[in-house]
Ligand binder design. Structure first.
Ligand SMILES: [Zn+2]
Length: 138
């Protein structure tokens, strides 16, 4: 969210998007379009699969290395930390106001669907918008 501009953006950043820096590119565009300063922008990470559960293959690690990402900082063995990878992209833009739900969709199948954990066809939706300013009672 670029406060005061009426502009926000939502990104789905799976491993391919994260390797290709979709958040860095998208937030860079948000800064450009909104005119907001990096320190004004507010980021929120929603529920997603986390490093506790996101075991990936060597091809994923190779894709991040090929994209010149800090593999040693975002992988722990075969486990990928997507949030940390995206956080590092934001820091490159000097965006540091970051909220994190800290919710892992694979750990919390009591609340969320997880394709990886359950092979469910059900999906999570993310809906974003601005709240209508409330009118004061007359
Ligand atoms: Zn988990």
């Amino acid at each position: 969210v670029a406060p005061g501009s009426g502009i926000f953006a939502v990104f789905h950043a799976g491993w391919r998007g994260t390797a290709n820096r979709i958040v860095e590119k998208g937030v860079s565009k948000l800064l450009e379009v909104s005119g907001a300063k990096a320190e004004e922008v507010l980021i929120a990470f929603g529920p997603c699969i986390r490093k506790c559960c996101y075991e990936v293959g060597e091809e994923v690690k190779r894709a991040f290395a090929a994209a010149r990402q800090e593999v040693s900082r975002i992988f722990s063995g075969p486990f990928l930390d997507l949030v940390e990878a995206n956080r590092r992209q934001l820091f490159r833009l000097e965006v540091t106001r970051i909220l994190d739900s800290n919710l892992c969709t694979a750990c919390r199948t009591d609340v969320f669907y997880s394709y990886r954990r359950e092979r469910t066809p059900s999906r999570i939706w993310t809906i974003a918008g601005f709240k209508e300013p409330s009118e004061s009672p007359s």
